[in-house]
Design a protein around this ligand. Structure first.
Ligand SMILES: NC(=O)c1ccc[n+]([C@@H]2O[C@H](COP(=O)([O-])OP(=O)(O)OC[C@H]3O[C@@H](n4cnc5c(N)ncnc54)[C@H](O)[C@@H]3O)[C@@H](O)[C@H]2O)c1
Length: 390
């Protein structure tokens, strides 16, 4: 079992444990030993689709651990669902010594984590993420929250889980499109800061998109290595900047563009789909991130080519990106089965980006790739971005 610690001010505040197996006799049982009052919130769909999660739930039920199955989708990722979890905790007599254990994808972990942070002014919580996206991203770093009015994740807090238990085997039942959506976030992580793993990830994903079952079976060790490396990068960034005052912004590579694509596709009532449930519906979050990363690479190129004006304003900090980086990303993403072109024009996207919740003083922090394994954050207005990418 491998463990990655997350620190704040020199103290361990959370840990990511990479284990084999999901039963209570595995490393998971060791993680849970210190907690006498565990309350499990699990995505109902995952119980029906994943044998490993089904068996785990049975083990909990036999041990009289309370289990709540929830239905997840972006439309029910709301305060009402969080209050429903809180009502259940009250009903089951959860006290200050409770541990809320969320089992599911990012929606389940975000909602359950948030419920735990407000219930009785905060009880402990932990995660067993069951999607690739949640294993490398959503369940690490302590961001919890829900959607409110038209805004995604606009209500929430940053508070760390006790632990995040990663079990790559649980991804076997994940639909390919959901897997690739998480893979885009994994590639993003390696573009930010682990160039060596990026090439390994592309090779794995090429094989996965050609033959999913054989790759999952034969390359189990590689997948575990990739997930562990991506989790370690995220854990490192969070340890250095838990509250996103600086470095943590790099994790938003591609996300300003991705959010614009997702928002526009929602307006067309093509729900971007984080919850595919077998239906083809717009772009997944990860697909939108893939497109966003290519747009960020093109923006880096154009910014460098734009010469004096803009480059001077950003104080000469901007270094030339590696030649052909955007084209390399396009080719790699295509080989992995991920898109790279936005279905919307930059002008359409700009209207949404102007309202980005992360914009400060009219400027947005754009994360620009310089090479595989290296990015730079540059503050630009949306108008500047439109000029550069038109
Ligand atoms: N907190 C953060 O830092 C952070 C970071 C990134 C994303 N997020 C949030 O995460 C959410 C997206 O997460 P997600 O992609 O994991 O979505 P999700 O929780 O909706 O899961 C995606 C789908 O896969 C199904 N599923 C989950 N695990 C499965 C398994 N093992 N087998 C079969 N089906 C399975 C789910 O039922 C669901 O239909 C978004 O709401 C996003 O805002 C949070």
């Amino acid at each position: 079992m491998e463990q990655i610690d997350i620190y704040h001010d020199g103290k361990e505040v959370s840990r990511v444990v990479v284990g084999d197996g999901l039963n209570l006799d595995s490393g998971l049982g060791d993680c849970l030993k210190p907690y006498s009052h565990v309350f499990v919130v699990v995505d109902r769909q995952v119980v029906t689709k994943s044998r490993a999660v089904y068996d785990l739930v049975q083990e909990f039920i036999i041990k009289a651990v309370p289990v709540k199955a929830v239905d997840v989708s972006e439309t029910v990722k709301t305060m009402e669902s969080v209050m429903d979890i809180c009502s259940w905790l009250l009903d089951k007599g959860a006290d200050r010594d409770a541990l809320v254990l969320a089992v599911g994808g990012g929606i389940t972990t975000d909602m359950s984590g948030f419920a735990a942070t407000i219930y009785k002014r905060g009880v402990r919580f932990a995660y067993i993420p069951t999607t690739l996206l949640a294993q490398v991203d959503a369940a690490i770093g302590g961001k919890t929250g829900v959607n409110f009015e038209k805004y995604k994740n606009i209500l929430g807090v940053i508070r760390q889980p006790e632990f995040t238990y990663l079990c790559p085997q649980v991804l076997e039942s994940l639909p390919a499109r959901e897997f690739l959506s998480g893979a885009a976030e994994m590639l993003k992580t390696f573009i930010i800061s682990d160039g060596g793993m990026y090439d390994k990830a592309v090779a794995y994903l090429k094989a996965y998109s050609q033959d999913r079952t054989a790759t999952l079976e034969r390359k189990e060790v590689e997948l575990k290595e990739l997930i562990t490396a991506a989790a370690a990068v995220k854990a490192g960034v969070v340890s250095r900047d838990q509250f996103e005052k600086g470095e943590r912004r790099v994790l938003n590579l591609g996300h300003t563009f991705a959010h614009a694509i997702e928002t526009l596709s929602q307006k067309e009532e093509r729900m971007p789909v984080l919850n595919l449930n077998g239906k083809d519906a717009g772009m997944t979050h990860g697909e939108a991130v893939a497109v966003g990363m290519v747009m960020a690479a093109r923006l880096a190129d154009e910014l460098e080519k734009s010469g004096q004006g803009l480059v001077n304003r950003i104080a000469g900090m901007f270094r030339k990106p590696e030649d052909g980086l955007a084209e390399k990303l396009v080719a790699d993403l295509a080989a992995c089965g991920l898109p790279s072109e936005s279905p919307y024009s930059i002008k359409e996207m700009a209207q949404v980006m102007r309202k980005d919740k992360k914009a400060e003083g009219g400027k947005v922090h754009f994360v620009l790739p310089k090479a595989i394994g290296s990015v730079e954050v540059v503050d630009l207005t949306v108008d500047e971005v439109v000029k550069l990418l038109k």
